[in-house]
Write a protein that binds this ligand. Structure first.
Ligand code: FES
Length: 94
């Protein structure tokens, strides 16, 4: 399957949508009308930081994140893509 079922947790609310694995998570969240935090959209400001609590994501470039932070599940949603059939990203747990 090249699609992923995404759950975003933001301010205690769960938002669900489906997206393709070659799309960027923040872009699709915004196009679904979700007010996901963001600013630079280039992996620099860390405003879009979330924690992957289920599934896998991948960043082509780690941006400002250290290897340890990535190992903890932190991801910059403006530059990350889904890599599993389901993912959950918690913006409240960072
Ligand atoms: S929006 Fe700036 S790092 Fe993602």
């Amino acid at each position: 399957m090249d699609t992923t079922k995404v759950t975003l947790i933001l301010d205690g609310e769960h938002h669900n949508f489906n997206m393709k694995k070659d799309e960027v998570i923040l872009d699709i969240a915004l196009s679904n009308g979700i007010d996901a935090p963001h600013s630079c959209q280039g992996g620099v400001c860390m405003t879009c930081l979330g924690k992957v609590t289920n599934g896998k994501t991948q960043m082509d470039d780690p941006g400002m994140l250290s290897d340890e932070e990535i190992d903890e599940g932190l991801t910059l949603t403006c530059i990350s893509k889904p890599r599993s059939e389901e993912i959950t990203i918690d913006y409240d747990d960072v």
